[in-house]
Design a protein. Sequence first.
Length: 302
Amino acid sequence: MAIKKFNRCVKDDMNIEEIALKIELLERQNLSKSAEMTNYTQSALTSKVKKMEAEIGQEVFKRTPQGLKITDVGIQYLHFLKLITQEYEEFLQAVGPKQTTLNFGTSHTTIKIYGASIMNALQTNDIPIDVDFTVESSTSINQKVHNAEMDCALTSNPIKHYTDLNYDILAKETFEVISNNTHIIRFEECSPVTLLVLSKGCMYTRAMAEWLKNNQVPFTMKEIKSVSSILDFLQIDNTIAVLNTKLLDLYNYTNIHCYDLQQLNKTIETVYIYKKNESEQSPILHLKKVIESLLEDSIEQS
């Protein structure tokens, strides 16, 4: 009978969260204080104590005028639960760190350049981080990290900086304004042009759109998600595109004309965005180190 009770007790206690709650109750010996420290009401904790005692078959607390006082059986049970917790922690250390999934924000340009390299680095080095990519504009990504809808992001440096976020500059990217080399645009004529972009919210797009407005060049903007399609569309008259320099190098497209436009800053900072309260050992900062290593390797190769 005692063996059956023991086996039932172990089986019921193998939920590590339940074990932690029982340790809290037995150590604090104050249901009101324990209610403040947990998400349970005092009546719910009273039920937990009754269930605990029913599992063991003996009282773990004495009810005194001064409150609860742990019994000798309760002390033994507390010791037993702590042993389970210690063995569980030793088991986790033995099998290695558990995999963490991060909701990672990135722009269309950034994922095309770095997405595959990031995933390959994580898998090749057996790093226990799984990345779920969310592709949006840098402005939207910035706000979602601030609202804790994303864990972190790698994107162009957004215009707005939130005080609770870090914006660590990892690279300085350049972009090009291009057209097909058979359809060179004369911007000084102020003829209407079509601007092809990967994302309307991209910082490259913002910079080029502002330049066109400042120089009174009428334009319409077309968002096209594929780089190869953008390059195909450049064969249409009066059509230009704005693309990251590294993207152009990846596609090795030769039939283009690059424009050197006055008062257009074609350098954009790429930043890693995350909450300021992250610890040095967090998966978010571990991922940052992986990306930094990739960027360093790409600089050395170039």
